[in-house]
Design a protein around this ligand. Sequence first.
Ligand code: AMP
Ligand code: ZN
Length: 113
Amino acid sequence: MADCLFCKIVAGEIPSTKIYEDEYVYAFADIAPQAPFHAIVIPKEHICCANKITSENSFLIGKVFEAIQKIAELENLEDGYRVVNNCGEKAGQTVFHIHFHLLARRDLGWPPG
Ligand code: AMP
Ligand code: ZN
């Protein structure tokens, strides 16, 4: 998608600090981390938000969660991490390429704010 920040990151047109990459998924360090470990994990293919997951593209969300398991192992996060998806402006979504915040290495309160 021409005007999408995260598509540009996947294409290498905007720099990012890569944490993980495979055929379907890219993960990079969040520019404004909310925890000592804060990655953004995305499908390389553009999907705007959780509300636009379909039977055709839902396998990509499975790939995202497979990647999260690998990142957790590589980064030694297995004692606990949180995955957050904001869907829609009212939920705090600011970048409209579906993404999953992977947060770890601090105590994460519940319920979230
Ligand atoms: P959300 O508010 O759920 O849409 O999350 C967007 C996230 O993307 C925020 O946590 C931002 O800090 C992060 N972000 C925005 N621009 C960049 C960038 N160029 N590189 C890395 N993370 C970014
Ligand atoms: Zn995109």
